[in-house]
Design a binder for this molecule. Structure first.
Ligand code: SF4
Length: 301
């Protein structure tokens, strides 16, 4: 099977069969997202340059996957960083082939940029969901427009909200990720408050909070070295951001919240709104007892 290493998948897809549908990220190819290693790889690693693989090759890989792993596969993740960019007609062929080859399949998922979803008609999204593309991962990163612009995310807050609501309305489950510390010291408070408010407006099925780690060679790395971006370096300040973020989430429908990514200082999980007070209490407790936090050298492991 073909893989353009290193591949990108959400941590929760560690047990899924990975199918390389697209390579790299179309946003990275446009020079977006100053914090992201896709951007660096797009420029420096030839096999990671953004492209969509020919559908026939993807379909053949799915057949190979069946030969290699048998019929028992239950989850498939379509690599790489925004397979949703693929035209709906081709994506449908890919998703249908997945279910034809794997009779026990329960889930096909992929990453999506908000533009990828907005570009598709509601009817196309519904057809994709009915075919079995039932989970999309979307990087919100921040609900604050100033932070998105500073990081050159190339997306408006309005479009990020629209995209998630559109996918929700098509019956897809949506998993949204945000990055603590992305506003630096200067925008820390508004980043947390506005991100909480945007999550409230989107009401995704899942929310994942990561903590910023500066990738060498990115524009953000340069900004830090040039001192035009001041990192939130104190873990307690990161926790304050997390506290403020969760405080501002008032969703109507349940959101499964996870902050158990390797980049985080404190591992946290629970359902919102059910466990909101409990999680806020855990964060406050960790702020009072910093010995509970992950050491800096262990982050990312
Ligand atoms: S859309 Fe995601 S993967 Fe693509 S460059 Fe931005 S952060 Fe990286």
């Amino acid at each position: 099977m073909y893989y353009a290493e290193p591949v990108y998948r959400p941590p929760s897809e560690h047990a899924s069969l990975l199918i390389q549908a697209s390579v790299g990220c179309s946003a990275a190819a446009a020079g977006r997202c100053h914090f992201c290693n896709s951007n660096v790889f797009n420029q420096t690693v030839p096999q990671k340059k953004f492209r969509i693989r020919p559908t026939e090759e993807i379909l053949e890989d799915i057949v190979r996957g069946r030969k290699l792993y048998g019929p028992q596969v239950e989850k498939i993740f379509l690599l790489d960083s925004n397979a949703m960019v693929i035209k709906s007609r081709e994506l449908l062929k890919i998703v249908r082939q997945c279910y034809e080859m794997f009779p026990h399949l329960k889930q096909v998922s992929c990453y999506a940029c908000s533009d990828d979803i907005i570009r598709k008609d509601p009817a196309e999204l519904t057809e994709l969901r009915q075919a079995g593309l039932n989970l999309v991962f979307i990087g919100l990163e921040s609900g604050d427009q100033q932070v998105l612009d500073l990081m050159n995310k190339g997306a408006t807050v309005e479009n990020q909200i629209r995209a998630v609501i559109k996918a929700n309305d098509a019956g897809m489950r949506t998993s949204v990720s945000v990055i603590l510390g992305l506003g630096g010291k200067k925008l820390s408070e508004q980043h947390a408050i506005n991100t909480g408010k945007v999550i409230t407006a989107m009401n995704p099925s899942y929310l994942a909070a990561l903590t910023l780690m500066v990738v060498p060679g990115t524009v953000l790395d340069y900004m830090v070295k040039e001192r035009t971006f001041e990192l939130v370096t104190d873990p307690l300040d990161v926790l304050q951001e997390l506290h403020l973020l969760i405080t501002n989430i008032e969703t109507s429908w349940p959101v499964v919240f996870r902050a158990n990514h390797a980049s985080n200082y404190l591992s946290l999980r629970g359902n919102l709104p059910e466990h909101k007070e409990q999680m806020l209490g855990s964060i406050s407790n960790a702020i009072q007892n910093p010995a509970r936090l992950k050491s800096e050298y262990l982050r990312g492991l």
